[in-house]
Design a protein around this ligand. Structure first.
Ligand code: MF3
Ligand code: CO
Ligand code: CO
Length: 274
């Protein structure tokens, strides 16, 4: 398989799927409070997707080669969990950081987006800085997307920002092409060398979803076959948007009313989103 270029009709469907994914995050935001369990967040999101949006939760029973079927409808990755955290009966506590990663399917097309939440609104200085720097990494990556740019440009700018802040970039998981399939080509690495890799063309759709660790980059996998954690148990953060390469630049497909605006360091590049 190769990288698919979406037609205008497909792009319309990706816009809808992307917005719906983001709206699940808007919906769940007020429920992310001390005492709620990740299993409750999963059930609320599942019911909203299925009964209100009439979307399909893409994670449920998703089973790529070498993985057991994913048992839940969203991913909830808490503190030192990097990604693919499986919702369960553990309650969130004040100061925890949690990533909620939502992927919906609407009309066959996938909408994939994730955000960080600081439970109870008050986290440690390190937790707040890690979440903010990771959001900046995502938007710096988005800011270099345009026809003629290369995938290595995205990885390079993310790696530079993470490491200059004393953090590290997870290597084993990456962004991905997306459309009729959840994970398509290309792989979008969050580290690399500018000017290298696949050249971007109008009509490509892919995610950028940097996973940034406060400590070392090394990972471990939990026995559930899904949850990925930092080997040194340091905190980890992730933000994800789905983007379209347009004729002149980039369109972010996973925006919604409640979505945090671009951070100050890139805001001038996205005047329409201020
Ligand atoms: N949403 C994740 C991503 O951004 C993938 C989750 S796969 C699952 O690519 F099965 F764990 F849900
Ligand atoms: Co993704
Ligand atoms: Co995702």
């Amino acid at each position: 398989m190769s990288i698919t270029i979406k037609t205008p009709e497909e792009i319309g469907k990706m816009r809808v799927a992307g917005r719906l994914g983001a709206e699940v995050l808007d919906y769940i935001t007020p429920y992310v409070q001390p005492g709620v369990t990740t299993g409750e967040l999963d059930r609320l999101c599942h019911d909203y997707m299925v009964n209100v949006q009439h979307t399909i939760p893409a994670p449920l029973n998703y089973a790529p080669p070498g993985y057991p079927p994913y048992p839940k409808s969203i991913c909830t990755s808490v503190n030192h969990q990097i990604c693919h955290g499986v919702p369960g009966d553990k309650a969130l506590k004040k100061g925890d950081i949690v990533n909620l990663d939502i992927t919906v399917i609407k009309d066959g097309y996938h909408g994939d987006t994730s955000r960080m939440f600081i439970v109870g609104g008050e986290g440690s200085i390190l937790a707040k800085r890690l979440c903010q720097v990771t959001l900046e990494c995502l938007w710096l990556g988005i800011s270099v997307v345009r026809p003629g740019a290369r995938l290595g440009d995205i990885g390079h700018i993310i790696q530079k920002h993470a490491e200059s802040n004393g953090f590290s970039v997870v290597r084993e998981f990456c962004g991905h092409g997306i459309g009729l399939k959840f994970h398509e080509e290309p792989q979008v690495l969050h580290y690399g060398k500018a000017g290298t890799g696949v050249e971007l063309r109008p009509g490509m759709t892919f995610t950028i979803e940097p996973m940034i660790n406060a400590g070392k980059a090394a990972i471990s996998e939990l026995p559930d076959g899904w949850t990925i954690v930092t080997k040194d148990r340091s905190l980890s953060a992730q933000w994800e948007h789905m983007v379209l390469v347009t004729d002149t630049g980039v369109e972010v497909l996973t925006l919604s009313a409640g979505c945090p605006p671009p951070p100050a360091l890139v805001a001038p590049l996205f005047p329409a989103l201020a």
